[in-house]
Design a protein around this ligand. Structure first.
Ligand SMILES: [Zn+2]
Length: 833
């Protein structure tokens, strides 16, 4: 906060108001009418910089950089008077709402409106609209700025936007071609929608896994706007969509938040009716999953809304729609500009209502659960704290004792024993409603037809023991764990360390990258009077005797990752295997490939790519599906098939080559839909369970009425629910896990239990749905099914991950299954060393 005031003071010194009539419009500045070309991100930034320099009504800031090093920016737009007092306005706003403590001064009250453009890169009309909206706000609509501070982020996803715009500008016809078959309406894989790592940034607000989100949240949380709008595009035949949103609404959403959306919607309707533009409201776009650009702000007290214009990556500068008219970029921009300005207008006229109601949102004394208490390894607790810090959610530590409440693991009321390592998160804090949304065991659904996953409860996602308590638990301030300082013991036989977290996995990856040879134990053992579980890492002097500075290098890496090494004086075990035993296996430095391109799910490919580069920091080679052949295979130990459809890539010949590579020691990891390309094929035990045909309805004809068919079909759906599974933790894929695992089940896909292969994570007769929506027929179909398994073939293996453990990179507790699959499962036959 101090830094912000300093920045602001520096800004004031260089502040020179200039008359706005000299100001160039976007078209004067860029040299073309908005809507006649797509503007590259760098030129958008130039226009905003120009306006900030010329006009006294705009400040323009950079809040970070993307993966491809484009700037992330926002503009603050208000009257000259307000801009002079901006820091005071911000502090008073936060004090008013009780977000920061201290006496509030309501005389500076302003409506704070945040407009977010182009989070989906190829929904590209909105950034064009951002420039025009900026210009009109500081020229013809200036009077609204007396009461309002407008924040414009012209492009949340510059890498995605430029991917789309650069491609479009290269292929478009002159004049543009409106026929669907034209290249300019058919984006190549992966399209411009996602960011650099192909993540959907409009699913990332709550999990904050991407650099764009992480940097944006700092600014968002420092301003906490009254209103937030996320501009989007949808299919070309849809009319414009604006608030009010559709059911289901999360139960924390207040009556005021519902009503005020409607008030804003009615103001838009007035302008749309005047122009004869069609629109729809209250359908399709619900408010439940917390990681959207509408729900996240809603759970942070704002009126959070999504606006959807017809368009997207297929639309280009103009396209023929199914309804027989031409949809142009000019129209798309006009609509987004109209709703943006109309939003600011409603805000400017309702300051009192907005500020008083905003304040009420942050009173959280009526929430059922007052405290969440969480136990787990320090690594897992540290990972959760890191997430809470992104949202300015506070936490504390418990004292020794017992807390009664809803116990997540047992799925019923039970005690949790607490120690000072127990993390306490209370709902009696400004972000209390967000705490409820993220932590509550099960989200209340007012309607099961929703747009996204219906379960995400953090204790399950992070693999923590937890209780939700209706009694407030006071904790004391947490302290950061003391840094581990290992010392070299060159006289010993080597070092041993535990294996149960992603931090352990990062430590292993760096050791392998640095050329240190590492082993893991397939069974528990005892050495130096300490017990070690299966999966524990053993780093021997014998394996590394040729490595210069082995001890000091290892110690340096262990200290960096805060890993406690146990020095083993001898490789002789007090019980269990000695270091030389065949149970203590060498971990080969696997050469890993991942398929990308046509046929693969860009989202899942992106999750894997991001996981290796940003989470594990271990090299991975991306291979275009069309390039897969024997030569590629011979250079790899592990090949990952992201979710996708490989039927056209794996013809008979390619399948033969792949199987023969596996038989000679290769390892395939197939995720989610990729399993479909192996199930039921010759030589595979893997078999898909198709839902049983519905005898009553199909054999006698289906008499379920037309109107009820959509509802009926959801019986077969699972829309992201949490399921309790059994784990065989004697299998290397499950080292570091207990005997149950809460899996995020994303679809109704079901595969039979393997007979010869290993069912490592699986469901038995009565699948226990812990949270989220799962239709009755789908639940029947996943009885006795495999979730994660291994099918051996010759010397190698096919590893099946039916549920994607890397989904949006937020299911923290699933990631180690993936790492184990790479380094531990069937790795002794990689005979390269
Ligand atoms: Zn979108």
């Amino acid at each position: 906060m101090k830094n912000l005031s300093v920045l602001f003071a520096v800004f004031l010194l260089s502040f020179q108001p200039v008359f706005t009539q000299e100001l160039q419009s976007p078209q004067d500045f860029l040299g073309y009418e908005i809507g006649t070309r797509f503007t590259r991100n760098a030129d958008v930034v130039k226009y905003f910089e120009y306006v900030a320099n010329k006009s006294g009504l705009v400040q323009y800031h950079t809040y970070g950089k993307t993966n491809e090093f484009r700037p992330l920016t926002y503009a603050m737009i208000s009257s000259e008077e307000n801009l002079k007092n901006l820091e005071e306005i911000r502090i008073d706003h936060l004090k008013n709402a009780g977000i920061i403590s201290g006496p509030a001064d309501s005389s500076t009250d302003k409506a704070i409106v945040w407009l977010s453009y182009n989070v989906h890169g190829n929904e590209a009309s909105s950034t064009e609209a951002a420039m025009q909206t900026l210009y009109e706000l500081i020229t013809s609509k200036k009077e609204w700025l007396k009461n309002t501070v407008v924040i414009i982020d012209p492009c949340l996803n510059p890498d995605g936007r430029d991917r789309y715009v650069n491609w479009y500008n290269q292929v478009k016809a002159e004049p543009y071609n409106t026929s669907h078959m034209a290249t300019e309406h058919n984006e190549p894989w992966p399209g411009g929608r996602p960011n650099h790592y192909l993540f959907d940034l409009n699913r990332d607000w709550a999990w904050a896994t991407q650099v764009e989100t992480r940097q944006r949240l700092k600014v968002y949380n420092s301003w906490m706007p009254h209103i937030h709008v996320d501009f989007h595009e949808q299919q070309i035949n849809e009319p414009y969509y604006f608030a009010p949103a559709a059911e289901p609404f999360h139960e924390v959403i207040t009556p005021f938040q519902r009503e005020f959306q409607t008030e804003i919607g009615k103001n838009h309707a007035k302008y749309f009716d005047e122009q004869g533009w069609l629109f729809f409201t209250k359908e399709s776009f619900d408010l439940l999953y917390p990681s959207y650009g509408d729900t996240y702000p809603v759970y942070m007290g704002a009126i959070g809304m999504t606006y959807e214009q017809a368009g997207g990556g297929v639309a280009g500068l103009g396209i023929e729609t199914g309804e027989g008219y031409e949809l142009t970029l000019t129209d798309r921009v006009a609509h987004h500009k109209t709703t943006g300005l109309s939003t600011v207008e409603v805000a400017a006229k309702n300051i009192e209502k907005l500020t008083s109601e905003f304040k009420k949102f942050f009173q959280n004394n009526k929430l059922l659960y007052k405290s969440y208490a969480l136990n787990g390894s320090p690594d897992k607790i540290a990972a959760l704290k890191k997430l809470l810090d992104f949202h300015d959610i506070s936490y504390s530590k418990a004292a020794s004792g017992k807390i009664k409440g809803f116990n997540y693991t047992q799925n019923k009321t039970a005690d949790l024993n607490t120690t000072e390592n127990t993390l306490i998160v209370n709902t009696a804090q400004p972000k209390g409603k967000m705490v409820k949304v993220l932590f509550e065991p099960s989200t209340k659904l007012t309607d099961s037809l929703t747009y996204d996953i219906t379960a995400w409860s953090l204790p399950y996602a992070y693999g923590l023991e937890a209780v939700a308590s209706t009694r407030a638990i006071s904790g004391s301030e947490t302290t950061s764990p003391k840094p581990v300082i290992n010392t070299a013991t060159p006289a010993g036989a080597g070092y041993i360390t535990k294996w149960d977290s992603m931090q352990d996995a990062r430590f292993l990856a760096e050791m392998l990258n640095e050329g240190i040879k590492v082993r893991f134990s397939e069974i528990p053992f005892e050495n130096s009077n300490q017990k070690f579980k299966s999966g524990s890492l053993v780093i021997t002097k014998s394996d590394n005797r040729k490595l210069e500075n082995f001890d000091s290098k290892l110690i340096e890496i262990a200290n960096k990752y805060n890993r406690q090494l146990t020095a083993a004086a001898s490789s002789f075990a007090t019980s269990g295997p000695d270091f030389g035993s065949s149970e203590i296996k060498i971990i080969n430095k696997a050469r890993i490939g991942v398929l990308r391109g046509e046929g693969t799910s860009s989202l899942n490919y992106g999750e894997i790519w991001h996981f290796f580069e940003q989470e594990l920091k271990y090299p991975v080679t991306s291979i275009n599906t069309g390039d897969l052949d024997n030569k590629v295979l011979s250079g790899l130990d592990v090949l990952i098939f992201p979710s996708g459809n490989y039927d056209s890539i794996l013809n008979d010949q390619k399948m033969k080559e792949l199987k023969s590579w596996v038989k000679s020691g290769g390892k395939v990891i197939a995720i989610d839909n990729a399993l479909g390309s192996f199930a039921g094929k010759e030589g595979f035990e893997l078999k898909e369970n198709k839902p049983a045909a519905k005898k009553d309805s199909t054999e006698k004809g289906n008499l379920i009425p037309y109107k009820l068919r959509e509802r009926e079909s959801i019986k077969n759906l699972i829309t992201g629910s949490i399921i309790k599974t059994k784990v065989d933790n004697t299998h290397p894929m499950a080292f570091g896990y207990g005997d149950t695992y809460f899996s995020l089940k994303l679809s109704n896909d079901s595969f039979s239990l393997l007979n010869d292969g290993y069912n490592v994570v699986y469901l038995k007769e009565n699948p226990e749905i812990i949270s989220g929506f799962a239709g009755s027929d789908a639940v029947k179909n996943i009885k006795n099914s495999m979730i994660f398994g291994e099918e051996e073939m010759g010397k190698g293996s096919f590893i099946y991950l039916v549920d994607n453990p890397l989904f949006r990179n937020f299911w923290e507790n699933g990631k180690l299954f993936f790492v184990n699959s790479i380094f531990f499962v069937n790795n002794e036959d990689l005979n390269r060393y």
